[in-house]
Design a protein around this ligand. Structure first.
Ligand SMILES: Nc1nc2c(ncn2[C@@H]2O[C@H](COP(=O)(O)OP(=O)(O)OP(=O)(O)O)[C@@H](O)[C@H]2O)c(=O)[nH]1
Ligand SMILES: [Mg+2]
Length: 297
């Protein structure tokens, strides 16, 4: 499979403002959840690799944290991560969502201006608007950036995604299959498990809680009887937040655990015994050392 001269492959960064649907798209392309998503901005905190293989091509995608300006240390680290990813790739997939104000993407546009690699624009969430509304913004983006292609898509329904994959493949150089064809991601299961717990906190907790939360998996052991025992810690920044995450009579923590357990069972195909603990790690999101411990480099 790796021998034909026609075989194309390369690295693609999915770049865009927060909440435009980057992680949803990656999951849609891969046909499984490797990146968590939520209705709240700044969900993704890691660069996440996803591998999409066909007989004629292999595309290695990097999902990145949404690009936006912020004084907050955690957000600065996330921005640095998104930008660092750019320097390694063959192609940039710039993602916007329909109806979003141009100013929301100004920072991304500025970053992409100096990139001398092909850029494909994916205009996401077309399930939310009438198609004829797209044309003016497509023209505006063409004026702002040299684009190899523009593809309207819905990461949610999958509409337009095959066209997008075709455009991406055509822009990639000839190259080998870098990963075995059944590879989907480089994320270890225990890390995805931690992310799935974090996703449920994004889904269930109010306003600032998700942003003050980090999750680590302390134990991940497969028993003989096809059961994985997971011990995970939810780190919060203040005592009041601990109370909220635990909830009345532990009810919130239980809901988070139940939902996350189901997701992790789907991921691993194994029964899961999940134990959750909540720990206070004072102001971790302002502490470079604590952040590193939680995997945010
Ligand atoms: N209607 C609609 N909603 C979408 C679509 N794609 C994503 N969403 C929703 O948009 C929200 C954000 O999606 P994410 O995939 O988490 O966005 P992201 O760009 O990865 O966000 P960050 O990681 O925070 O930068 C979620 O609620 C998704 O369900 C789409 O095509 N149509
Ligand atoms: Mg994301």
């Amino acid at each position: 499979m790796t021998t034909t001269t026609e075989h194309r492959s390369g690295l693609v960064a999915i770049i865009g403002a927060p909440n435009v649907g980057k992680s949803t798209l990656l999951n849609r392309i891969l046909g499984q959840k490797v990146a968590i998503t939520s209705a709240k901005p700044q969900t993704t905190r890691h660069r996440i690799l996803g591998v999409w293989t066909t007989p004629a091509s292999q595309v290695i995608f990097f999902d990145t944290p949404g690009i936006h300006q912020s004084g907050n240390l955690l957000n600065k680290v996330l921005l640095r991560q998104a930008l660092a990813t750019l320097s390694d790739v063959d192609l940039i997939l710039f993602m916007v969502e329909t109806g979003q104000r141009r100013e929301d993407h100004e920072l991304v546009l500025k970053v992409l201006k100096d990139q001398n690699r092909p850029i494909i624009l994916a205009i996401n969430k077309i399930d939310m608007i009438k198609k004829d509304k797209l044309l003016p913004s497509m023209a505006a983006y063409s004026r702002a950036l040299p684009l190899a292609a523009q593809v309207p898509i819905s990461a949610l329904t999958g509409e337009g995604v095959p066209d997008l994959l075709k455009e991406i493949t055509e822009q990639l150089p000839e190259g080998p299959q870098y990963y075995p064809p059944d590879t989907v991601t480089d994320q270890p299961e225990r890390l995805i498990a931690a992310e799935m717990i974090r996703e449920q906190i994004f889904n269930m907790a109010r306003q600032e809680i998700p942003y003050s939360t980090a999750v680590t998996v302390e134990e991940f052991n497969e028993d003989r009887d096809n059961l994985i025992r997971i011990k995970a810690v939810i780190h919060v920044e203040r005592k009041s937040q601990k109370g909220i995450v635990i909830g009345k009579k532990g009810e919130m923590l239980k809901r988070i655990g139940t939902a996350a357990r189901k997701d992790i069972e789907r991921l691993t195909g194994t029964r899961i015994f999940l134990e959750l603990f909540v720990r206070i790690e004072k102001n971790w999101s302002r502490d470079p050392l604590a952040m590193r411990r939680f995997g945010y480099e």
